[in-house]
Design a protein around this ligand. Structure first.
Ligand code: UD1
Ligand code: MG
Length: 425
């Protein structure tokens, strides 16, 4: 939960501020309102990195694979709406920031403690803007794609209901500061609309090497499949939320995974001749494109040094959106390999999450205001493990290292799928 009014820095004691620090702080604070200025977005950096991804995506979509005109048109319309969502999010974030600050929804940047930036009230829960824009784009898109008798419409709306419910519960958590062991359960409620409406198959294809042992090629899991769907939603949401606390990490990891999902979807559509299979992956594209573009807009403000925080509203929303596409797109195993850093972070966190070792409110590195470097603590998180293994570094360097690792895990997943194709399934 974010630090409301008090903030982790202020919670223990109000820091003594030197005259120089006080002056520097006043420069960052808006003299008229007392609010921090929402610093200019890092649009040029984010746009140039995104260009690399979109070049590859367009190459695959328009040139490399022969995709039917209808399907391609739907993807392009969805992309157009998503770009519109990107622009609207860019405009709305500074506006919403002022409103959340007025309601005392802010946090202090823990990794800046002891510097003037550590004294600024950073607007919290800006994930609410992204969630709303995402929903509007996803709802409007139905007009351009689905016929009224489409079976997809039912699942699509159930998916949106789950995502919407998750945004609501994430925002409730940000506002009410729910004890964190309780909030581990929130996503299981949010997944209910999807689980109840799900009428798709509940079977799994047994991997070829296991068929002689199991004696079956296809296994119907029945209600256990729905349980698995629920657990996947709980995992995806919480694993993003606990791999966090460094400027840009929450949104950055989502953006990298979303890029990987999109590439995977286009590759699957391009390589398949089964219309149902193609629809499942197109479905995923329709939800992941707006997720990616709105997240990129948020990243423009959340990248180091963050002028807004995303809140649990965003981490839960992003995790649920990805879980939903993994489930309904029928590629949850692939999704879990894209989530490899989150899986490792979860495994490293287990002793603290399950109470074997004391779990402090924030499991973040130690910041040295003199050098501006972070040092890893003994808390079991990937953030700390990276600092212990690869040495002290700045917050921005650490975030870049973690995102590069995320991208490498996605590449590993593509390589694994390539080498196991035909042999595994
Ligand atoms: C989870 C983690 C916690 C981590 C926190 C950081 C577990 C069990 N919980 O808690 O260890 O410290 O996320 O998000 O692993 N913040 C920063 N810089 C950032 C982002 C956040 O300083 O770049 C701080 C701010 O004070 C912000 C607060 O973290 O207000 C938000 O924390 P919150 O998302 O509420 O923490 P949890 O999700 O409960
Ligand atoms: Mg959080």
């Amino acid at each position: 939960m974010a630090a409301r009014k008090r903030g982790p820095t202020a919670a223990k004691s109000t820091p003594k501020i030197s005259e120089e620090t006080q002056k520097q702080t006043e420069e960052i604070i808006n003299p008229n309102s007392g609010d921090p200025l929402i610093t200019p977005s890092k649009l040029p950096e984010i746009a140039s990195i995104s260009l690399v991804f979109f070049s590859l995506f367009f190459y695959l979509l328009f040139y490399h694979y022969k995709i039917e005109e209808d399907l391609r048109r739907s993807i392009v319309i969805n992309l157009g709406l998503s770009v519109l969502g990107f622009i609207i999010t860019l405009v709305l974030i500074p506006v919403a920031s002022r409103y959340v600050l007025r309601r005392n929804l802010f946090g202090y940047d823990i990794n800046k403690k002891g510097t003037p930036q550590g004294l600024i009230k950073v607007p919290e829960s800006l994930g609410i803007v992204i969630g709303i824009v995402f929903l509007v784009v996803a709802i409007l898109f139905q007009y351009f794609n689905f016929t009224s008798d489409s079976n997809w419409l039912v699942e699509y709306n159930a998916a949106l209901a789950s995502i919407c419910f998750m945004i609501l519960l994430g925002f409730v958590d940000d506002v009410l500061d729910i004890p964190w062991r309780m909030k581990l359960l929130l996503p299981s409620f949010a997944a209910l609309p999807l689980l109840m409406a799900y009428a798709g198959h509940t079977t799994i294809i047994i991997p070829k090497p296991l068929i002689p042992y199991v004696g079956l090629e296809i296994l119907d899991l029945g209600w256990i499949y729905k349980l698995y769907m629920g657990l996947l939603a709980v995992f995806c949401t919480n694993s993003i939320n606990i791999h966090a606390g460094i400027n840009g990490l929450e949104v950055g990891q989502t953006a990298v995974i979303a890029c990987a999902i999109l590439i995977h979807n286009v590759m699957q559509i391009g390589a398949s001749t089964d219309p149902e299979y193609k629809q499942a992956h197109a479905f995923s594209i329709y939800l992941v494109q707006p997720l990616l573009t709105t997240s990129l807009a948020l990243l423009c403000f959340n990248w180091y040094p963050s002028s807004v925080f995303v809140g649990d509203t965003y981490t839960y929303f992003a995790g649920m959106a990805m879980a939903v596409v993994g489930i309904l797109g029928h590629f949850s195993e692939t999704l879990l390999i894209f989530f490899l850093p989150q899986v490792l972070n979860f495994l490293a966190s287990c002793p603290q999450l399950f109470g074997f070792i004391k779990c402090p409110r924030h499991r973040l590195p130690r910041f040295d205001p003199q050098t501006g470097l972070l040092t890893g603590t003994n808390d079991g998180t990937l953030v700390n493990i990276f600092l212990r293994w690869f040495g002290r570094c700045t917050e921005k360097q650490l975030c870049i290292r973690l995102l590069v690792f995320q991208a490498l895990c996605c590449l590993f997943c593509f390589a694994l799928r390539h080498f196991l194709a035909g042999w595994y399934k």
